[in-house]
Write a protein that binds this ligand. Sequence first.
Ligand code: SF4
Length: 288
Amino acid sequence: MVEITSTVHISNFCYFMEKCAYCGFAVGTSPDGYLFLTDKKQEEIKKAAISIAKSGIKRVSISAGYGNFYKILKGLEIIKENTKLKVLINIGGDLNRTEITLLKSAGVDTICCNLETMNLNLFRKLKPEDSIEKRMKVCYQVKETGTELSSGLLVGIGETEKDRQLHLEFLNAIEVDEVPVMGFHPYRGTPMEQMEEASLKLQLKVIKLVKSKIPSLKRLTVPFPTIGKEGIIPAVKAGATNIATVIPKNYPLPIKGVGSPSVGILEEILTILEKEGIKADVKKPVSV
Ligand code: SF4
């Protein structure tokens, strides 16, 4: 059974002056991304969440750049008040213990804090204003509060096999619950636009590695924008159990993927899975 996770991008504002080298999500980073500020109003969040819930999808990720904690908290409250969706929040390492506790009280199901890579030099080069130590601390604090932790790898950004091994040892040691495997895809206009995208072969190799190194993992996620349509079945066969960034065809907001501009359409993905006899963990859609 494959899980499907949808998405609502709460805000693409990010307070970093020098944005991460691969980022096509934050304001001003890529003409193929949002480019301009997209700050969702409360009514828009509610509408998007209701359309996701009615489609039969059971889980949604809500995300934003740095500096948006209270908007994320409000978004979480709106979704919990209006739907039964499970909610993952992702604002990177922009969290402290008090904020994690507030999210827990508001009913968050999973908190995502990706380390991207544990190669320190590479991390500093790609994320000059970010801190891996801060992100690692957030991962520990999420686990300490008894909240499900998602933390993933950005694959094909110049990391080595040894870097990935070390990264997975850390994730296994902190008993991570969910690992997203995100293949790098260059966003036009970013400092990394000339770099080659991560091949499907490499993404599949890492999926298998994650599965073998973290046997207790609850969920192995592949975001649609980075695995692509042709990668869905190979990824599931390699061990992926969750396809993320999937929206129903009547989704009410304009949307761009984080790793690339594309997003998955639920109805198309269900057809692809069905053809292979793979069941998706979705409810019967509610007609509108
Ligand atoms: S922290 Fe996230 S939103 Fe901000 S620049 Fe980096 S990748 Fe983009």
